[in-house]
Design a protein around this ligand. Sequence first.
Ligand SMILES: [Zn+2]
Length: 120
Amino acid sequence: MTETALRYATARVAERPERLEPRTLYIVGEGNDRFCAAMVCPCGCGADLNMSLVAGDEPSWRAKTHLDGTSTLFPSVARTMGCRSHFVLRRGRVIWCTWQAPRCRRRHRLWDRLRAALLG
Ligand SMILES: [Zn+2]
């Protein structure tokens, strides 16, 4: 998977669609009231991710849409269940955090294989 494959477009919607399109960050709200952001997990697991944009919610995120139509989500999104993806969305691009960077994942897989070979 190349990094350019993981770009998210921004969709401003009044209501959260039931079915989310991949590679789309939905910003749900009316006018200046933005309630939440929703997107399909970029790792490919297919899970829907919902981030509150309501200040004071625990946790809550801030979303900024740039002039080129891409969006930045702050802070990072970390799943505590399922795939445990952890990433930042910056200007529509997914930037993996910590060990989930593709290079690190590859290293982890190699290490797993090596360990399996050594321990039989
Ligand atoms: Zn995932």
